[in-house]
Write a protein that binds this ligand. Structure first.
Ligand SMILES: [Zn+2]
Length: 210
């Protein structure tokens, strides 16, 4: 009789999704989406990386830093139409991502296996410069005083004067760079999966005359 009860509990458990962050045992969620909603509501600031993360050699991290700077620089275009939101992705392992961004991860979602970082404010440009070992990581000089750069800070005065008339969607990303890591890919009809870790960068490109 006891054995039968055990089996029943197991079956029930396998059909439910449990939060790995909550210390108290809860009754779980019916779907992964339910668990994801719970995480977003209750654990938006959870940023402890999981146990399975392994350390990555410094040389690999150095390579990753160079890849990021190279891809960013390619997107710091000179033409005025380039001003606005820019995104790009690079392939990057979970270990390497955590190795590089560990102190800057603002959210880790165990259920979605995803990480989120946000950089903004007056000191953010130099902060990323130290992280990537390149103080010019986010600006590109086109000569004759023309500069394209990643905007991470908007002074209140500037915002009030020049940006009031511009589109709302522009405002929302202006002055922040976000980096998200997750597994992306797909599967075919035979359930053959093709997936790999990917870091997506989103930033606001601006230009000025110096
Ligand atoms: Zn929870």
């Amino acid at each position: 009789m006891a054995q039968k009860e055990n089996t029943q509990t197991l079956v029930q458990n396998s059909a439910r999704f449990y939060c790995s962050i909550c210390k108290r045992r809860t009754k779980g969620f019916k779907s992964q989406a339910g668990l994801q909603r719970h995480e977003t509501l209750k654990h938006i600031a959870y940023n402890t990386p999981p146990q399975h993360i392994r350390s990555v050699p410094k040389s690999e991290l150095l390579h990753l830093k160079r890849v990021i700077v190279k891809e960013l620089q390619k997107r710091l275009k000179n033409h005025h139409t380039a001003v606005g939101e820019q995104t790009f992705s690079i392939h990057c392992s979970e270990d390497a991502f955590v190795g590089l961004f560990k102190k800057h991860i603002t959210r880790y979602s165990p259920c979605g296996s995803s990480y989120f970082c946000s950089f903004k404010g007056e000191g953010a440009f130099d902060e990323i410069g130290r992280l990537l070992n390149d103080k010019n990581w986010g600006k590109r000089n086109y000569g004759e005083g023309q500069l394209s750069f990643v905007r991470l800070y908007v002074s209140e005065e500037f915002e009030n004067n020049s940006y009031k008339q511009k589109k709302k969607s522009r405002l929302s990303v202006n002055g922040e760079m976000t980096v998200k890591w997750k597994v992306t890919g797909g599967k075919d009809k035979e359930n053959h999966k093709f997936e790999a870790g990917s870091a997506q960068f989103r930033f606001f490109l601006d230009q000025c005359q110096i």
